[in-house]
Every structure is written in structure tokens, then in C-alpha cells.
Write a protein that binds this ligand. Structure first.
Ligand code: NAI
Ligand code: MG
Length: 487
């Protein structure tokens, strides 16, 4: 291969607790794997309940007694901006580590994920000194006002599909609000989260404010969820794990935001700009190896243009370049691990068994690394598994429609409600659909457009609470009402 695997300096493989780099108390480590060649990149400290205990204690102390929540708010913002400057300084190395650990093309990490992460943290840095309450005209001789106070210690559990970006979505609002936090990165991709903790410390985030415990869900993750010293859980991942987390956090009644999966409808009308819509359908499913919670995995195409439109989409999939993430020509790298790879291949098999037509793709690429061909199924029916379940891979299901009311019913006939898109030149159709689709985000004539200021989150079983924007900040704040007798 012309572009070999680089060898970035993996400095951080230990846990980060109370500003210290330490091994796990059990001494255990786990391997993190390069999914492009299945080789071990590094051994990382494997935290469990005892390590979480230390991390929560540190976060608790930093919140209850430490400087962070008491700092001048503007100072918190400045430290967050400094953190971003340091990320920018190390962006090439960070991108290389992200790409090694996750498998995503280097250019995606370098030019999309990290810039978006920095933008998010800077956006929330700007909020730090703009968190304010209200005065309320109550009956009687009283002064009534509200204060917006940090919720406390946040337990943050993130997945592996956007490791750096998920750190930004979680740390940005937590730090701006004055919270402290314990994060568990995904076991597949712990490396960049640890590096970011080092940069945050260098930027001046006090010890104990950010704690990172790498490890597995049922051990380290569950310990965070159950710990009485944690006030709030912010989770991104699967619905199954979210349900476990809800059950296990009930006893301590934690505040919670859940950002889960989807089976998002991407709807193309005959009157759309079809070139743009085909590109949107393509990126909507294949971005990030198909590992996006908001992937447009159900492509609804109006009957009258179905065949010619599908041809365009299939052609784009055929041309998509799959290969070494470090090759600048590569558009699609490997899936994150063997489990995800096998899940995707089994859905491809199921699609064929159920009678859908595999118009392109359907095979593994090579025999080393977890590469899957960009795959498009046509003649898919609503009740097929590939039309109902989240596959989380580069597998598109194409469905036909003709009647709009029927389309809306079918698009909404899912337990998910994360995102949807509509492609049409008809303004009234676009806005009508935007209101009728039961999803937290609706894109019109675009797909996967994110902004740090625009709230993102799910209807139905795609979760609750919002991230990004002011609504995302709100989930790290408590309202306190203060009533003062003036009599
Ligand atoms: P997962 O939901 O099990 O893992 C996400 C995070 O939760 C990881 O950090 C994991 O260690 C942690 N976790 C697992 N069990 C836990 C527990 N009992 N308590 C606390 N934390 C726990 O997802 P997984 O297994 O990586 O992927 C399975 C499927 O989930 C994917 O195929 C995809 O369909 C979906 N998924 C959705 C994501 C999204 O962005 N919405 C991201 C990742 C996966
Ligand atoms: Mg890895």
C-alpha cells in the first residue's frame, strides 16, 4: 500500500483521575485494536468499580470544594478556549490517533471531526459567562429570582463512532456550566479521549474536574451509572444499553440525557434536484462507514423517478473508495470492530433471505480488517429486518412511495425518531413534511448538517434531552428559585 500506517506517539494509556495518570487498581489492561489491520495499537488501563469510586470521589471534591464551579465564569470560558488552542496545535497527531483507533479516514478526522469538536467547545466557552436566571413577579412583598446552577458531577458514557466529537459534545456544556465529570470512553476507542484530558489539564482545567476511566460497559460504565455521587448521566449509544442505564440509575434518581440510534427516513420527491438528492442519499447512509446514529438508512423514493434515481445512488456507492484510512483518496475505512462487522454482514444476509435485491455491494473487502462494501438494497419492504433495525453500517434500504399521507405514516412507523430528510423544490411540501415527521431533526434539501448552536436529539426511543445549542447546556443546569421577603 502506498500510504502505510503512521506511528503517532500514543502517550496516554493510563486512567486520568484527579489530575494524575495512574494504572487501574486491579492492574488490568485491555487491547485497543486498529480495525484496518486488526493489530493491537496499545494496552489501556482497564478501570472498574474501584477506579470509578476514586474518580467520582475526585469529581465530587472538585465540585463541592474545588475552584471550578466558583471560578469567574469568564475565566472558565478562557480556559476552554485555551484547551481548543492546544487541540489545534496537536490536530495532526490527534487525527492520526483517532483514525488508527477508529478506522475512519484520516482526512475525515482531520478536516471534519476535530474542527467540529473545537467549534463545539468554543461555542460553549462563549456560554460560560452568559448563564443567567430571571426575576419573577410573584404575589406579595417578595423578591423572587432564579439562579442557574451546575447540576454537579456528570457521568458521561460515549460510543466509538465519533470519539473526539462525542467528548466535545459532553465536555463543552459540562465545563461551561461549572460541572465536574467522570467520562468512560468506548472500549473500542479510548485513546483520543485520554489525549484530550492531557490537553485540558495543560490548558488549566483544575485537577478532579475531568476524570477519564477507560474500561467496559458492564463494569466501569455500570459503576458510574449506579454511583450515588454522580448527579447526572449523559449517554450516547444503543437503546438496549440505555434501558439498562435507566433501570440502574433509578435508585439514585439521576438526571439523564440519552442520545440513541435511529432508522431515519430520507425522502426524495420527484420534484427535487435529483443530483443533489442522490449525493445526499449517498452521504446520508455512507458517512463514517455508516456508523452514524442519524444515518439516512431508509431511502424513500417517489415511484415516478424510482428507477433512474436508484441508478444514480447505486453508481455513487459503486465508485466509493474503500481502503486504507491513511490514503488521502480513501472515502471509507473499516467498521470499528469485529462485532460490528459481523452484525452488518448478518443483516446483509438477512436482506437477501428476505427477498430484497442487493443492487451493489454485499461483500467483505479483503480478508484483513473489517471492511464492508458500500451496499444498496432495492425492492425493500417495510416489514423486512433491513427496513426496521438499525444496522449501523454502509447498508442502504430503498423503499418506494407514491401517496404522501401513506409515506408519512410509513416514515413514522418506527420506534426511532432521531432524524429525517426531505428533498423537494416545493416549499409548502417541505415545511408540511418537516412538521409531520416525528423526529428531532429534519433536514430539507441537505443531510448531516450539524452546528454547535443547533439542538440535536431524539423523539421516541431515539432518546431524550438535547445536545448542542442552549438546550444542550440546560441539561447541565439546575434551576434554583430564591424568594426573599421584603416585608
Ligand atoms: P453500547 O450502547 O453498548 O456502547 C456505548 C457505550 O456504552 C460504550 O462506552 C459502552 O462501554 C457503554 N456501556 C455498555 N454497556 C453499559 C452498561 N451496562 N452500563 C454503562 N455503560 C455501558 O453500543 P455498542 O455495543 O458499542 O454498539 C451496539 C449497537 O449500538 C451498534 O451496532 C449501533 O446500532 C448502536 N450504537 C449507536 C450509537 C449512536 O451514536 N447512537 C453509537 C454506538 C452504537
Ligand atoms: Mg480501536
Amino acid at each position: 500500500m502506498p500510504h502505510s500506517v503512521p506511528n503517532p506517539n500514543i502517550r496516554q494509556t493510563q486512567m486520568f483521575i484527579n489530575g494524575q495518570w495512574i494504572p487501574s487498581q486491579s492492574g488490568k489492561t485491555f487491547d485497543t485494536i486498529n480495525p484496518a489491520n486488526e493489530e493491537v495499537i496499545a494496552q489501556v488501563a482497564e478501570g472498574d468499580a474501584v477506579d470509578v469510586e476514586c474518580a467520582v470521589e475526585a469529581a465530587r471534591r472538585a465540585f463541592d470544594e474545588g475552584p471550578w464551579p466558583r471560578l469567574n465564569a469568564r475565566e472558565r470560558g478562557k480556559i476552554m478556549h485555551r484547551f481548543c488552542d492546544l487541540i489545534d496545535e496537536e490536530i495532526d497527531e490527534l487525527a492520526a490517533i483517532e483514525s488508527l483507533d477508529n478506522g475512519k479516514p484520516l482526512k475525515d478526522a482531520r478536516y471534519v471531526d476535530i474542527p467540529l469538536a473545537v467549534e463545539c467547545i468554543r461555542y460553549y466557552a462563549g456560554w460560560a459567562d452568559k448563564i443567567q436566571g430571571t426575576t419573577i413577579p410573584v404575589n406579595g412583598d417578595f423578591l423572587c429570582y432564579t439562579r442557574r446552577e451546575p447540576v454537579g458531577v456528570a457521568g458521561q458514557i460515549i460510543p466509538w463512532n465519533f470519539p473526539i466529537l462525542m467528548v466535545a459534545w459532553k465536555w463543552g456544556p459540562a465545563l461551561a456550566a461549572g460541572c465536574t465529570l467522570v467520562m468512560k470512553p468506548a472500549e473500542q476507542t479510548p485513546l483520543t479521549c485520554l489525549r484530550l484530558a492531557r490537553l485540558a489539564q495543560k490548558a488549566g482545567v483544575p485537577d478532579g474536574v475531568i476524570n477519564v476511566v477507560p474500561g467496559f460497559g458492564p463494569t466501569a460504565g455500570a459503576a458510574i451509572v449506579k454511583h450515588p455521587g454522580v448527579d447526572k448521566i449523559a449517554f450516547t449509544g444503543s437503546g438496549e444499553t440505555a434501558k439498562t442505564i435507566m433501570r440502574q440509575s433509578a435508585d439514585t434518581m439521576k438526571r439523564m440525557t440519552l442520545e440513541l440510534g435511529g432508522k431515519s427516513p430520507n425522502i426524495v420527491f420527484a420534484d427535487a434536484s435529483l443530483e443533489a438528492a442522490a449525493e445526499g442519499a449517498h452521504i446520508g447512509i455512507h458517512l463514517n462507514q455508516g456508523q452514524c446514529c442519524c444515518a439516512g438508512s431508509r431511502l424513500f423514493v417517489e415511484d415516478s423517478i424510482h428507477d433512474s434515481f436508484v441508478e444514480k445512488v447505486v453508481e455513487l456507492s459503486r465508485k466509493r473508495r474503500v481502503g486504507n484510512p491513511f490514503d488521502p483518496a480513501t472515502e471509507q475505512g473499516p467498521q470499528v470492530d469485529r462485532a460490528q462487522f459481523e452484525k452488518i454482514m448478518s443483516y446483509i444476509e438477512k436482506g437477501q433471505e428476505e427477498g430484497a435485491v442487493c443492487a451493489t455491494g454485499g461483500q467483505r473487502v479483503g480478508d484483513r480488517g473489517f471492511f464492508v462494501e458500500p451496499t444498496v438494497f432495492t425492492e425493500v419492504h417495510d416489514e423486512m429486518a433491513i427496513a426496521r433495525d438499525e444496522i449501523f453500517g454502509p447498508v442502504l434500504s430503498v423503499l418506494r412511495f407514491s401517496d404522501v399521507d401513506e409515506l408519512v405514516r410509513r416514515a413514522n412507523a418506527t420506534t426511532f425518531g432521531l432524524a429525517a430528510a426531505v428533498w423537494t423544490r416545493n416549499v409548502s411540501k417541505a415545511h408540511t413534511l418537516a412538521s409531520r415527521l416525528r423526529a428531532g431533526t429534519v433536514w430539507v434539501n441537505c443531510y448531516d448538517v450539524f452546528d454547535a448552536a443547533a439542538p440535536f436529539g431524539g423523539f421516541k426511543q431515539s432518546g431524550f434531552g438535547r445536545e448542542l445549542g442552549q438546550r444542550g447546556l440546560d441539561t447541565y443546569l439546575e434551576d434554583k428559585t430564591v424568594t426573599v421577603s421584603l416585608g
